[in-house]
Design a protein around this ligand. Structure first.
Ligand code: FES
Length: 164
């Protein structure tokens, strides 16, 4: 009989401990969340906080709304000439100014064996085997390259030349 009482007493103590733990795990104002848990964040509608919901954290807009870094500015490209530039992801490109506010872009990769083509006065030249390309449209002027340069889409916004 005393064995049954001891078991009941033990179960009662264990259950009381569980209840204390359960209420102790609830949120209390002014306490920090336990390590590895998400803090409570106010809901976007101003309602009750929801755990683990990301809220506004800074004034930095999402990456999709940020303007890309300019490849060049118009003032650095004389009309009828071109400049070399590097994209944000490391691609070598050529920017050719075809008018007061128009710029076209090309890949700098030579279609012959892949050397880097660069502006050379009024044309574009490959230093490896001497192919030449037209500044205006990247078309092949003389080989051994089998074709002109690949297009790289750009746009002019204000005074900046940006990837399109
Ligand atoms: S790699 Fe450009 S001409 Fe050969």
């Amino acid at each position: 009989m005393s064995h049954d009482l001891d078991r009941r007493t033990l179960l009662g103590v264990v259950c009381a401990g569980c209840a204390a733990l359960a209420t102790g795990c609830g949120s209390r104002a002014g306490t920090a969340p336990a390590a590895g848990t998400s803090p409570a964040v106010p809901s976007p509608a101003g309602g009750a906080p929801t755990a683990g919901t990301p809220g506004p954290t800074s004034a930095v807009p999402p990456a999709s709304t940020q303007a890309p870094a300019p490849l060049a500015v118009l003032a650095d490209i004389p009309v009828g000439r071109a400049v070399s530039a590097t994209t944000a992801d490391g691609k070598a490109v050529i920017l050719s100014r075809t008018g007061a506010s128009t710029v076209v872009g090309f890949s700098s990769r030579c279609p012959h064996h892949g050397c880097t083509v660069a502006p050379a006065g009024e044309s574009l030249a490959c230093p490896c085997h001497g192919s030449r390309f037209a500044v205006a449209d990247g078309s092949l002027v003389s080989g051994p390259a089998p074709r002109g340069l690949s297009a790289y889409a750009v746009k002019v916004v204000g005074n900046a030349v940006l990837p399109a």
